[in-house]
Write a protein of this length. Structure first.
Length: 82
């Protein structure tokens, strides 16, 4: 959700900066668009950092027990019952 939300903010900011042509009294739409794009970029960097840190923490650790191979033999001396 973080990365998708950041892409949405970047796209919304780009539309407000370069595609909107009307003015609102007391509000500069171009500045709002630039602020949204910068916020989206910061959110994307945070999301990518969080994905990287989470993958490093969850990485499996190989132990001596994982490397041990156990063979088991069973011998059945009773005849099969039907």
């Amino acid at each position: 959700m973080t990365i998708a939300g950041s892409i949405f903010l970047i796209m919304l900011g780009a539309v407000l900066t370069w595609a909107v042509d009307w003015d609102v009294a007391g509000l500069d739409i171009n500045v709002v668009g630039v602020i949204l794009m910068l916020g989206g970029i910061a959110l994307m960097l945070f999301g990518l950092y969080r994905v990287r840190v989470t993958r490093e923490i969850v990485a499996p650790v190989e132990t001596e027990r994982d490397r041990t191979t156990v063979y088991e033999e069973r011998r059945y001396t009773d005849p099969p019952t039907i």
